[in-house]
Design a protein around this ligand. Structure first.
Ligand code: FAD
Length: 478
């Protein structure tokens, strides 16, 4: 008999959370902790969404999206998860860049960037200081018509090299471009500049295991392999979700699935205002990624001077379309030393190369061409790495690639979007509860709310709203 993944699940909960990405899990945790009856439904067999990992023979573990996040994660994890988690967050001190315009190493914070911009790049200290203050002063309610390109033109006209230093890591971190609103750049950049780049020591597997433990301690009913196909709306309010042929009633739903899928497929357009449907249809997805995972043979090592995060490019100038092109010029290497998983008995070194990518470059290939393109991606990436670590090819035990198709397969994000939607998705996500009572969305949208910290913080914001709704309904009933 097939396993019943919903065995023992109730017919009704206060709130159902669809999807166990960082936003979904954080919402579920806060709501469970507040005493609400919470059901967390995940379509995959693992929790974590894009915050995930995989194992390969030989004692190798690969992290998918553990490359770096801002210092703010420590506070968010301490408040909304626990100290066990927040105490494992450590700084990456060795961030490197190499491209035809410059080669440098930095701790990636305001102090060190000021040093670089005023000495190596020869900018006036006042200009640099004014730029940092302007970026830090930006907030969501600011003017949204100024683009990031206009912001750079204002402070650093004609300085493509400066733009590259300031922009390339952020484009990599959330897919934003020079054409996106400047606030999306300013907020994310300033988050990083406050103290640098941080990482979770122990690996994504350790983090998600600790989050699962905390969710269980807070009474959240967690179900994997339970995809939601449909959300029932009755009299303008959410009434239930459908999963694995069961209808489960609820007073609120938090969807962590892709925004467009949630609204256009799970709720369905007929229950919504035409203008809201049109607004949703106009929301652009963010780009996807490719990655190459490389593990070293037992006993082989990488010198720590290789750095932690290494932004490389062979392109003469910085152009967003080049960053996405299948003809790859930019690769960001993350080096994982044994200290990344201090509790593991086997000492292992791994390198993950990430590049932003277009869905269309992968989705329409024949099976044969797809396989060949993946093999080419692996080979050309090892070649690129070999330029920096001569002889590394012979030290590699195994190497494999993920493409936009892989990300789509595991998370069901349309077009394998790595960072949810473009900026306009945020307004649609925020407006959803006004369209359908009790219906919320929390997950990567609008650049600001994506990435590990953005997703967790959005989960916090939304769960507070759900808590407000559930608490006020209970007090009315009481
Ligand atoms: C290659 C790559 C590298 C990255 N690197 C970094 C990095 O270094 N730092 C950083 O901060 N961020 C990074 N990110 C981004 C970061 O991982 C994501 O922004 C964040 O994890 C997204 O969290 P989320 O809550 O939006 O949900 P997601 O992780 O997108 O999860 C959504 C969940 O919903 C589930 N789901 C979907 N549909 C259904 C359904 N119908 N029913 C039930 N469940 C469903 C999915 O299976 C998934 O578990 C990276 C992303 C990628 C792809």
């Amino acid at each position: 008999m097939p396993r019943d993944f919903l065995k023992g699940a109730k017919d009704e909960y206060d709130v159902v959370v669809i999807g166990s990405g960082l936003a979904g899990m954080t919402s579920a945790n806060i709501l469970g902790r507040a005493g609400h009856r919470v059901l967390l439904l995940e379509q995959h067999y693992k929790l974590g969404g894009l915050a995930t990992w995989f194992l390969r023979p030989g004692g190798h573990t690969f992290d998918i999206s553990l490359h770096g996040f801002p210092h703010g994660m420590i506070k968010s994890c301490r408040r909304y998860w626990n100290r066990d988690i927040s105490d494992r967050i450590v700084q990456l001190k060795n961030i490197r860049f190499d491209n035809p315009q410059f080669s440098l190493t930095t701790t990636f914070n305001r102090e060190d960037f000021t040093r670089l911009l005023t000495t190596d790049f020869g900018l006036a200290p006042q200009t640099v200081s004014d730029f940092f203050d302007t970026a830090r002063g930006m907030n969501f309610y600011d003017d949204q018509t100024t683009t990031t390109r206009q912001l750079f033109d204002r402070f650093f006209p004609g300085r493509d090299d400066v733009v590259r230093l300031l922009m390339e890591p952020i484009t990599y971190a959330n897919g934003s471009t020079l054409e996106d609103p400047a606030i999306t750049y300013g907020i994310v950049f300033s988050n990083f500049m406050s103290k640098g780049v941080f990482i979770y020591e122990g690996g994504t597997d350790d983090l998600i295991a600790r989050m699962k433990k905390e969710l269980e301690a807070n009474g959240v009913d967690i179900r994997i392999n339970c995809g939601v196909d449909k959300i029932d709306v009755e009299n303008g309010r959410v009434a239930a979700v459908h999963t694995r042929g069961r209808r489960i009633g609820c007073r609120a739903v938090v969807s962590n699935a892709n925004l467009r899928t949630t609204i256009l497929k799970m709720i369905g357009t007929e229950k919504l205002d035409r203008s809201f449907v049109e607004e949703t249809e106009a929301v652009r997805l963010n780009n996807s990624s490719t990655q190459v995972y490389m593990a070293l043979k037992e006993g082989e090592e990488i010198d720590e001077s290789s750095g932690d995060l290494f932004f490389t490019s062979t392109s003469k100038e910085f152009r967003t379309d080049r960053l996405l092109s299948r003809d790859i010029t930019s690769r960001t290497f993350s080096f994982y030393y044994p200290r990344a998983r201090p509790d593991k008995k086997k000492e292992r070194y791994a390198i993950v190369s990430s590049t932003n990518a277009n869905w269309s470059d992968w989705a329409d290939l024949s099976e044969e061409d797809y396989k060949a393109s993946k093999a080419d991606l692996v080979e050309t990436t090892i070649d690129a790495l070999d330029n920096y670590l001569p002889g590394v090819r012979d030290k590699i035990d195994l190497a494999e690639a993920a493409t936009p198709m892989t990300f789509n397969h595991y998370t069901q994000h349309e077009m394998g979007a790595s960072f949810g939607t473009k900026f306009e998705g945020l307004a649609v996500s925020r407006a959803l509860p006004q369209q359908v009572g009790g219906m919320y969305h929390a997950g990567s949208v609008g650049i600001i709310m994506s990435g590990w910290l953005g997703a967790i913080n959005y989960g916090v914001i939304v769960s507070n709203e759900v808590d407000g709704q559930l608490t006020s309904e209970s007090s009315h009933v009481g």
